[in-house]
Design a protein around this ligand. Structure first.
Ligand SMILES: Cc1ncc(COP(=O)(O)O)c(C=O)c1O
Length: 374
């Protein structure tokens, strides 16, 4: 049975060109980038070229990009190092952040080193900017604002430039989890003042287990992992050279093909949205459908005896989607995002997320198949 993959917010398939550059490096470049002989120098050159690609894509300097094991590590680093190294004693965030942010905040709050405050979220799931301004106007503690660019479950987008300006005006640091938007939306860091950003290769057709953090040059933080002097002394450990090279190739392609991919994916989402509304009037949608990320549609199905089996029935019919966030163990404990927006609802949420590899025929197939599952 042909499978239909509509879970591209959880991860994306590896691009064949990315795989090709990675396998070539695996076959030919075994040098340790810290070695000073020829093999080491070749490996080092590959990493530095990758750093340049990422820096060019964001219009920042190469010294501001540090490779990590993914988005989780980058988010942990931004939050925990701000408290440890920059004297941050208050963090303002939102209840809809990814668990790697929320759980880091719990750890920080439990340590007593910084207070955590949550900004208000409106009915649609958007951050209330007036509430952010209000919070920033109170207190005189050194503050970090940590808000995600696009929500991984409902797709809502943060007005990043506006939030950056609000933080700058209030003298607060700003960290943005851009894991769901890196490669999908342009970002010019020379024009927008952000202190930290997190990115993860597997969300834009690169390999898993590799990502990066952008750390603005003004923020001098200490190593996150103690060890050797790798990553300009910021993260000890021999670099994941294949992953880093793959990440850079994926960034390069995402930037070059951005407009074309975005148009294809937006069309698929619009088509799916329209077809569902036409065929299933009982269906509703979570989040900001028209203003949100063009790759995500969070669909709310009415309570029904078959509702609990929806995800499984889709899977049995060759359709991969997600019951909310699929970023952890696969055990469905209910989504904190949907729970926050609709606390008493017994409806069933399925997140469908698209890629430029999907087709309108696939969308039509899924719409038809749903008939027997509701
Ligand atoms: C918004 C967001 N932040 C962070 C992460 C974690 O990234 P990684 O899987 O690279 O650790 C994810 C997904 O997994 C995500 O969707």
């Amino acid at each position: 049975m042909k499978r239909i993959f509509f879970d591209n917010s959880a991860t994306t398939p590896l691009d064949p060109e990315v795989l090709a550059v990675m396998t070539e490096v695996m076959a030919k470049n075994f040098g340790n980038p810290s070695s000073i002989h020829a093999e080491g120098r070749q490996a080092r050159a590959l990493i530095e070229a990758a750093r340049k690609t990422v820096a060019n894509a964001l219009n920042c300097s190469i010294g501001e990009i540090f490779f990590t094991s993914g988005g989780t590590e980058a988010n942990n680093m931004a939050l925990k190092n701000s408290v440890r190294d920059l004297g941050v004693t208050r963090i303002i965030s939102s209840p809809l952040e990814h668990h790697c942010v929320l759980h880091s905040l719990q750890t920080i709050a439990a340590s007593g080193e910084a207070a955590v405050e949550m900004v208000r979220i409106n009915e649609l799931g958007n951050v209330c900017l007036d509430d952010l301004r209000r919070l920033l106007a109170t207190g005189d503690q050194k503050t970090l604002v940590s808000l995600m660019h696009a929500n991984n479950e409902i797709g809502n987008l943060l007005p990043l430039e506006e939030v950056a300006a609000i933080c700058e005006a209030a003298g607060a640091l700003f960290h943005c989890d851009t894991v769901q938007t890196m490669g999908y939306y342009p970002l010019d860091l020379a024009a927008t003042r952000v202190n930290f950003l997190a990115g993860s290769a597997h969300k834009f057709y690169g390999p898993k287990g590799v990502g990066f953090i952008y750390v603005n040059n003004d923020n001098i933080i200490k190593p996150y992992l103690d060890g050797g002097a790798q990553e300009r002394n910021m993260r000890g450990g021999t670099e994941n050279i294949y992953g880093i090279v793959g990440l850079a190739k994926a960034v390069e392609k995402a930037v070059a093909e951005r407009a074309e991919r975005a148009a294809t994916v937006q069309k698929l989402k619009n088509h799916f949205h329209a077809k569902l509304q036409e065929k299933y009037p009982q269906v509703a949608f979570n989040g900001d459908v028209t203003g949100g990320h063009y790759k995500v549609l969070s669909v709310s199905f009415p309570e029904s005896p078959k509702g609990d089996l929806l995800l499984m029935n889709l899977d049995l019919n060759g359709i991969s989607a997600s019951g909310g966030s699929a970023c952890s163990s696969g055990i469905d404990v209910g989504s904190h995002v949907i729970g926050h927006l609709h606390p008493d609802s017994k409806r069933h949420t399925i997140r469908f997320s698209f890629s430029h590899h999907n087709t309108e025929e696939e969308v039509n197939y899924v719409v038809d198949k749903l008939a027997g599952m509701l």
